[in-house]
Write a protein that binds this ligand. Structure first.
Ligand code: FES
Length: 109
């Protein structure tokens, strides 16, 4: 079991678990986390924006150029911002902690 911690907009922490290799977006959606994921992972919406905890950011594979380009257009981006649809959660990421941004913008609208 791999645990992921989501810090919601109000500061509340929610733990979510997965036993398979899947994206952070799918884990959020399967655990009632308020994450839209409007484009279902095709990197067209940015509604899956998360801010990765400093201690975890360097443990993730770096974003692709396409992800970085989308993040450039995303509202409220920080130094450790990522798109949850592009993060594949494996056992090596057990304990991964991400915060939800105050708001997201759907780039498809
Ligand atoms: S779900 Fe749309 S960019 Fe990630």
């Amino acid at each position: 079991m791999t645990k992921v911690i989501f810090v919601e907009k109000n500061g509340a922490q929610k733990e979510a678990f997965t036993d398979s290799k899947t994206t952070l977006l799918h884990i959020a959606q399967a655990n009632d986390i308020d994450m839209e994921g409007a484009c279902e992972g095709s990197m067209a919406c940015s509604t899956c924006h998360v801010i990765v905890a400093d201690a975890w950011y360097g443990k993730l594979p770096p974003p692709t150029e396409a992800e970085a380009d989308m993040l450039d257009l995303t509202y409220g981006v920080s130094r450790t911002s990522r798109l949850a649809c592009q993060i594949v959660v494996t056992e090596a990421l057990d304990g991964l902690t991400v915060s939800m941004p105050q708001s997201t913008r759907n780039m498809m609208e």
